[in-house]
Design a protein around this ligand. Structure first.
Ligand SMILES: O=C(O)CCC(=O)C(=O)O
Ligand SMILES: [Fe+2]
Length: 204
C-alpha cells in the first residue's frame, strides 16, 4: 500500500476534480480497533448524546445516532493517531488546494440498528465554515447485506454507496453533496469530521 502522504496527495487531486473520494484500509488495523473499542465503551457507559438536527432540540426520526465530540485539546490514546492523520490530510489539502482550513472537528457516532440519518447537506444553517466532510468507519467485517451504507448524491442524479467498513475514510465537499445514512441491521460506528475555514460572516 502507498504511504499515507501519497494517498493524501491523490485524495487532494480527487477533491479538486470529482469533489469526493473513498480511501479504504487507511490506518493500521490496531489503530482502528482501538477507536472502535473506545467508541463502543463510551456508548455502553451512556456517555453519548442523542444527535439533533439543525436548530431543533427535540429528538427526531430524521437522525438516529448518538454522538460524542473529540476534545481536541485532551485526546485519548486511541484518538491521537487518528487526529494526527486527519491533521496531516488537512495540511495536504491546504498546500495543494489553498483551502485555508484552520481546524478540524470530529465526533464518534453510533447508529442503533434500524436508525438512519435522512438526506442532508453538512453546511450548518448559520455558518459557512465547514468545507470538507470526512467520515471514518469502525465496523469490522461489514457485509453489504448489513445495510447502513452512506449514500452520496452525485451530479446528474447518480448515487454512490459507501459501506461503513472498518478502515474506510470517505471525503467530500461539505457544500456540494447531499447524502444520507441508510438503516442497518447491526450497530454502526463511525467518526464524523469536518475541516473548517475561518468563518466569513454569519449567514442570514
Ligand atoms: O456516518 C456517515 O456515513 C455519515 C454521517 C453524516 O452524514 C453526518 O454526521 O453528517
Ligand atoms: Fe452528513
Amino acid at each position: 500500500m502507498d504511504s499515507l502522504s501519497s494517498r493524501f496527495d491523490a485524495a487532494a487531486d480527487a477533491l479538486a476534480t470529482a469533489g469526493w473520494c473513498v480511501l479504504p484500509r487507511l490506518l493500521p488495523e490496531e489503530t482502528t480497533a482501538a477507536l472502535a473499542e473506545e467508541c463502543a465503551a463510551m456508548h455502553a457507559a451512556h456517555r453519548m448524546t442523542p444527535a439533533r438536527v439543525g436548530g431543533d432540540r427535540t429528538a427526531t426520526p430524521l437522525r438516529g445516532d448518538h454522538t460524542r465530540w473529540f476534545e481536541m485539546n485532551a485526546l485519548s490514546e486511541a484518538q491521537r493517531p487518528f487526529v494526527e492523520a486527519l491533521e496531516a490530510l488537512r495540511h495536504t489539502l491546504n498546500r495543494s488546494l489553498m483551502l485555508g482550513l484552520v481546524e478540524s472537528e470530529a465526533h464518534y457516532a453510533v447508529y442503533a440498528p434500524g436508525t438512519r440519518y435522512a438526506r442532508h447537506l453538512d453546511r450548518l444553517r448559520h455558518s459557512d465554515a465547514r468545507v470538507v466532510s470526512a467520515v471514518y468507519y469502525l465496523n469490522e467485517a461489514w457485509d453489504p447485506d448489513d445495510g447502513g451504507a452512506l449514500r452520496l448524491f452525485l451530479d446528474e442524479g447518480r448515487t454512490h454507496d459507501v459501506m461503513p467498513q472498518a478502515g474506510t475514510l470517505v471525503l467530500f465537499l461539505s457544500d456540494r453533496f447531499e447524502h444520507e445514512v441508510l438503516p442497518a441491521t447491526r450497530e454502526r460506528m463511525s467518526i464524523a469530521c469536518w475541516m473548517r475555514r475561518r468563518e466569513l460572516g454569519v449567514l442570514p
